[in-house]
Design a protein around this ligand. Structure first.
Ligand SMILES: Cc1cc2nc3c(=O)[nH]c(=O)nc-3n(C[C@H](O)[C@H](O)[C@H](O)COP(=O)(O)OP(=O)(O)OC[C@H]3O[C@@H](n4cnc5c(N)ncnc54)[C@H](O)[C@@H]3O)c2cc1C
Ligand SMILES: Cc1cc2nc3c(=O)[nH]c(=O)nc-3n(C[C@H](O)[C@H](O)[C@H](O)COP(=O)(O)O)c2cc1C
Length: 457
């Protein structure tokens, strides 16, 4: 399953562009709304009779913002007495869409104008053709960031496709740029109108808390690559919040408050601190990135606004007891390490880690811990590949190609696959190698079943 790249159609209507003025107001992502609503929303949907829903709430989300908004949207419909069903876009069949009268689409764009993983099958299979949708009434909320060239590309393409299929827009497309508060209000107002309710939804993004930089360790001195730091943080006041393996930390930078930077959390709350693995980003002129530069240079004891963000799409969730194949490179070890730690806690040793870096001499990140896990049976297999050692370049995708039989065996045994790290290069080539080993249909069915999950950037 390869995320589909969509080119912007310049003739697309701009819909609610007037609503999308600046005022990012620190709500970037508008994600991370109270996790406690998630369970309530699902329970409420069940009560509302999800068997014969009047409304479909469909989302495509890479890091959870659109998913969260879909749950809040459904919760609001339910509170207004309407039945609704929330689905990932990939779960939606052509037939279901053709027999639905009202659907709300919440679609993010990821990568460089790409479709989120849980919408990619829908984009390649359903959107490749025109369906007859004369009975469908719809509205689209497109999430994006206008610092990317293909702004809201997927939401726009989806909107255009629905129009081409003869579906009837209940309102112009709303574009939410970087969690823009006005766009959120516009969507909430639309929901109130559509649901005929008098109560306006009251979703808000959680505040950032002040955190303290406790420790920094460079893990790859002498590396050919940019420095990679283990960063330890603690709340400046109060207790550690709760999180699960797979979750993200978002930091807000004084110089760019509207675009928080995301980092995969490498530790679990039980370890007593929040740890990240941060690669220093330098541009072509050697200027440090704002976020990674802060982590690389800030004085120990400095404060930074941070919030922990559930990343349900990359959590273990229903895969918690399955065998796991964990694949990643560079700073991607952060998210994979948290998963292995969680598995250690639950005593599940069916884990296969495939990790790539440059040189064994300088880039054997967290080697004692990984080798300890291997020796203790927590990692049934540990494949580390160092691309600049040996005869020629060798990458994680090469391990997958060479071990295709074993890979198929693990998948037949029920394994789930988690990929964390670079989207360009690593994740794309891993996707191709998985396709080759498991077949396009095989990988697609794993993705649909939530057994192929990615935290790639
Ligand atoms: C889900 C997710 C998880 C991630 N996990 C990790 C992780 O575990 N470890 C890790 O090291 N990184 C991770 N990242 C990447 C991280 O969020 C940052 O992108 C990275 O640290 C670079 O940010 P920076 O602030 O240092 O660089 P920036 O200052 O953002 O600079 C990066 C590039 O963007 C350009 N740029 C800067 N500002 C703008 C702007 N306003 N508009 C357009 N272009 C701009 C710069 O010129 C530069 O080329 C993750 C990203 C995502 C999405
Ligand atoms: C790595 C990355 C790539 C992104 N690429 C795009 C893009 O090409 N176009 C766009 O409009 N927004 C882009 N965005 C912004 C996201 O669409 C926006 O942050 C959205 O809220 C994410 O929603 P999600 O959590 O549901 O995936 C990107 C964000 C990230 C972190």
């Amino acid at each position: 399953m390869r995320p589909t790249e969509l080119l912007l159609d310049p003739s697309l209507r701009l819909g609610c562009a007037a609503l999308l003025t600046a005022a990012y107001a620190g709500v970037c992502g508008a994600v991370n709304w109270r996790e406690r609503y998630r369970r309530k929303a699902r329970t409420a949907l069940a009560r509302a009779g999800a068997d014969s829903p009047a409304w479909l709430v469909l989302y495509a989300s890479q890091t959870g913002a659109a998913e969260q908004m879909a749950l809040e949207t459904a919760r609001h419909l339910h509170q207004a007495g309407l039945a609704a069903q929330v689905l990932e876009l990939n779960q939606l069949s052509a037939r279901q869409l053709q027999t639905t009268e009202r659907a709300l689409f919440i679609a993010s764009t990821c990568g460089e104008g790409d479709v989120p993983d849980n919408g990619a099958l829908f984009a390649t299979q359903q959107m490749a053709q025109a369906l007859a949708l004369p009975n469908l009434h719809f509205a689209v909320l497109a999430l994006g960031d206008d610092s990317y060239a293909k702004h809201c590309a997927f939401g726009r393409a989806l909107d255009a496709w629905l129009n081409d299929c003869g579906a009837q827009a209940m309102a112009p497309r709303i574009e939410m740029n970087r969690g823009n508060a006005e766009a959120l209000s516009a969507w909430q107002a639309l929901l109130t109108h559509l649901a005929g309710s008098s109560d306006a939804p009251d979703w808000t993004a959680p505040d950032f808390q002040t955190w303290r930089l406790v420790e920094r360790a460079c893990l790859n001195p002498g590396s050919q690559g940019a420095p990679l730091y283990e960063i330890t943080l603690m709340p400046a006041a109060g207790a550690l919040p709760d999180w699960a393996s797979g979750d993200l930390a978002q930091v807000q930078l004084a110089a760019d408050p509207g675009r928080p930077r995301e980092y995969s959390i490498a530790s679990l709350p039980a370890e007593g601190a929040l740890r990240l693995l941060v690669r220093l980003h330098r541009d072509a002129n050697g200027v440090n990135g704002l976020g990674s530069g802060w982590f690389a240079e800030a004085e120990i004891g400095s404060h930074i606004p941070l919030r922990v963000r559930p990343h349900r799409l990359f959590r273990l969730g229903p895969n918690a007891r399955r065998p796991l194949i964990l694949i990643g490179n560079g700073s991607g070890l952060a998210g994979l390490r948290a998963h292995i730690k969680a598995r250690e806690q639950s005593g599940c040793g069916d884990n296969w880690l495939i990790y790539g870096e440059r040189n064994a001499a300088h880039d054997a990140i967290w080697a004692p811990e990984l080798e300890g896990w291997r020796d203790a049976g927590m990692l049934k297999r540990l494949d580390r590949v160092f691309s600049r050692d040996g005869q020629g370049p060798r990458y994680v995708q090469d391990v997958l190609r060479d071990s295709a039989d074993l890979l198929r065996h693990w998948v037949d045994e029920g394994a789930a696959i988690y990929v964390c790290g670079s989207r360009q290069g690593m994740a794309q080539d891993v996707d191709a190698a998985l396709n080759a080993a498991l077949g396009e249909a095989g990988l697609a069915s794993l993705a649909l079943a939530g057994r192929y999950r990615r935290d790639v950037y």
